[in-house]
Design a binder for this molecule. Structure first.
Ligand code: DX5
Ligand code: ZN
Length: 215
């Protein structure tokens, strides 16, 4: 299984966004990860659908949109129209998760469910047959550049073990991912690595993606 690498544009230099995205593409990035934050669910504010649609015009890569917002149901259609190829909502932010996930899929894109570091992994058991992706947060959602939480390796393995045989569900990890911990994350069962700082703050963005793909 070849893992995906999803550079997180949160760490990009927005004065050179197009060029930095092209460098990530040159390194064979698989997806672009876009962090949407609302200042309620997490203590930070970032982008809305307009920026997603702008990035969609800058790149052919699939857009992996991570909604760190309360009431994500209110915005699902806006983000699909903006060009999201997958929409990930937080388990902790949604009451009727089955409805939300199936609504996202009914609009023709992939649906993901994210869990914060303190959310028990077995809580995704009932949604795993509907979701296309489970995102294991390896930092507390809200900011780039935080320190990786070590229990994430075990949590990734636990989520991987919940996936029924023959069913294809991505296990994505997000937060503090570097070239150094990538191999162990893939060994633990992650098949999609999100990385902001370690890619966009690297001296050579394309090379950083290439190295993370090669682990
Ligand atoms: C954090 C975001 C991450 C963030 C990762 O809440 O979900 O996607 O961009 O950034 P790094 O790789 O710098 O930890
Ligand atoms: Zn993210």
């Amino acid at each position: 299984m070849i893992h995906k690498v999803a550079p997180s544009v949160l760490a990009a230099d927005f004065t050179k966004l197009e060029g930095q995205i092209k460098l990530a593409e040159a390194g064979s990035a698989d997806w672009l990860h876009i962090d949407v934050m609302d200042g309620h669910f997490v203590p930070n504010l970032t982008f809305g659908p307009m920026i997603v649609s702008t990035i969609n015009r800058l790149s052919e890569l699939p857009l992996d949109v991570h909604l760190m917002i309360d009431n994500p149901d209110l915005f699902v259609e806006d983000f699909v129209k903006a060009g999201a190829d997958s929409l990930t909502v937080h388990y902790e932010a949604v009451v009727h998760l089955n409805r939300t996930v199936n609504h996202i899929k009914s609009l023709g894109i992939k649906a993901g469910v994210a869990i914060n570091p303190s959310t028990p992994t077995d809580l995704v058991k009932e949604i795993i047959n509907d979701a296309d992706l489970i995102l294991v947060m390896s930092v507390n959602a809200g900011f780039g550049g935080q320190k990786f939480i070590e229990s994430s390796y075990r949590r990734i393995s636990e989520v991987r073990a919940l996936i029924p045989k023959g069913k294809r569900v991505h296990v994505e990890v997000d937060g503090g991912v570097t070239i150094d911990n990538s191999a162990k994350l893939v060994q633990s069962g992650a098949d999609a690595l999100v990385a902001g700082t370690s890619i966009f703050k690297a001296p050579d963005i394309a090379d950083a993606v290439r190295r993370m793909k090669a682990v």
